[in-house]
Design a protein around this ligand. Structure first.
Ligand SMILES: C[S@@+](CC[C@H](N)C(=O)[O-])C[C@H]1O[C@@H](n2cnc3c(N)ncnc32)[C@H](O)[C@@H]1O
Length: 461
């Protein structure tokens, strides 16, 4: 485990560092160097860990290593000293530079300063508001708001921007500007003991984690697969969207997680879900039980590098080794390609709580390439500020999320839909069938020809 030195620890070590590094600068310059090192502390921890510097150099103390690596990669490159450590650092220079470059690619940034905004600033994560989804299987938004008001919370209406969320204080709460059933409280609010949470009327779920079900948007009556489902927050959201009508086939490999999922679903009043302890990769797309599955949610195991709690405990800790990243991306890739072979599939949401391109844009790009022309990325939520990395044409249709840009945990979401082949022999659509861009266009043309009843619209699309 890499231990991050606190600000005070490192500055108290200035005399020691001065002696160790033989830097011919004055005390003020040395303090500036130490403070800058501290500012980049999480970035340096991540680079030092992934380059294996402390494992290779047992005599190198962590605080000295951090200052040295700062000077090498982000400072003046030892033009002003370095003492006996200079040749040692020269041996590791190429690996350290490569790890910094890899970190920038993973985080989707080009400048060193931009790394500071992503994950090295725990303060921003602490200021994230608390998001609370109202479980519409058990209550409605107005009743939940009334109850909370009677308990001394002050409802401020629907927020109009992220700034409104950032400014929340005291016992004030808002409706999220984008998600219809999401309440937003100041960061210090803890509702774990609240009776509405205990009774399953409220689900404590980050906003980014509410997006996959909302964007999959299965209508009541639809058949849905939740491929990697436990512990089940997204499954319960899907059930709420289905109004418990239709079917969710939920799979997971982990028996313990499935057991807590069963409790969570029971508390949330979910009755349309079939839970199975199964490897999704072994679920046969030709099995007749899944012939009507038009929607799949795939939220596979990932490195969790976007998880704020993990970053707060140990900055840089979520960054996986190359080997782990390869293994995860391989599984994610197989799972996505497998999901796309379900014959009736129309719409799929792929999501991770990872910041790594390898687990996100790369997985989606490869899956699209493996089934050329069959599926496309849907351009969702045009107003969402943080988009997929521009690694291939269309990647900007994907969504990214982070504490700094969206006031949420780090997340990635891609929505894929089947490309419709227009043919005169196509069966007539039933009301349950999902709306692809092509079918929406056909409907629009029809509407122009004759006045029609109101069509419901997917939220925010
Ligand atoms: C990111 S978590 C899912 C979180 C869940 N969607 C939610 O919102 O609560 C990934 C899950 O995938 C499960 N998993 C990993 N490999 C699997 C596989 N081959 N088949 C099914 N589930 C798998 C893990 O046990 C883990 O529970």
């Amino acid at each position: 485990m890499v231990v991050t030195q606190g600000f005070c620890d490192l500055t108290l070590m200035v005399p020691l560092i001065w002696a160790e590094l033989s830097l011919p600068c004055n005390v003020r310059q040395l303090y500036a160097l130490v403070c800058e090192t501290q500012r980049y502390s999480a970035v340096l921890d991540a680079v030092i860990a992934s380059a294996g510097l402390l494992r290779a150099e047992k005599k190198l103390r962590p605080h000295v290593a951090k200052v040295l690596v700062y000077e090498l990669l982000l400072g003046q490159g030892f033009q002003r000293g370095g003492g006996r450590w200079k040749p040692l650092l020269a041996r590791h220079q190429a690996r350290l530079k490569a790890e910094l470059a890899r970190l920038k690619v993973q985080r989707g940034v080009s400048r060193n300063e931009d790394l500071l905004e992503l994950g090295s600033n725990p303060g921003s994560a602490l200021q994230m508001p608390r998001f609370v989804r109202v479980n519409t299987l058990k209550t409605c938004i107005d009743d939940a708001i009334d109850y909370l008001k009677r308990q001394g919370f002050s409802y401020q209406g629907r927020a109009s921007s992220l700034e409104d969320l950032r400014a929340l204080k005291g016992k004030h709460f808002l409706l999220d500007p984008l998600l219809p059933e999401l309440l937003v409280f100041p960061s210090h609010t803890d509702l774990h003991e609240h009776p509405l949470y205990q009774a399953g009327h409220l689900i404590l779920q980050d906003k980014a984690s509410c997006l996959p079900a909302m964007l999959l948007a299965p209508p009541p009556g639809a058949h849905v697969i939740d491929a990697c489902a436990a512990p089940g927050n997204k499954t319960s959201h899907l059930a709420a969207l289905l109004k418990n009508q239709g079917k969710i086939f939920a799979f997971d490999l982990d028996a313990k997680r499935l057991a807590s999922m069963a409790t969570l679903l029971a508390r949330a009043g979910v009755s349309c879900c079939e839970l199975a302890e199964r490897d999704f990769l072994a679920v046969s797309p030709s099995d007749q039980r899944y012939r009507q599955v038009q929607y799949i949610l795939l939220d596979p195991s990932c490195s969790g590098s976007g998880m704020v709690a993990r970053q707060l405990e140990e900055p840089g800790a979520g960054l996986p080794s190359k080997e782990r990243l390869q293994a995860l991306a391989g599984f994610q890739q197989r799972a996505l390609c497998h999901a796309l072979t379900f014959p009736a599939l129309q719409r799929l949401v792929y999501s991770t709580c990872s910041l790594c391109q390898e687990e996100n844009e790369d997985v989606v790009q490869e899956a699209l390439q493996k089934s050329p022309g069959a599926f496309r990325l849907v351009p969702v939520l045009p107003s969402w500020p943080h988009r997929g990395l521009g690694t291939f044409p269309g990647a900007e249709h994907c969504l990214r999320a982070s504490p700094e840009t969206t006031l949420t945990g780090g997340f990635f979401i891609a929505v894929l839909e089947r490309v419709e082949v227009l043919s005169s022999t196509s069966p007539t659509k039933t009301p349950e069938q999902p709306r692809t861009a092509a079918s929406a266009l056909k409907r629009k043309r029809k509407r122009r020809q004759k006045p029609a009843a109101c069509a419901s619209v997917r939220p925010g699309m």
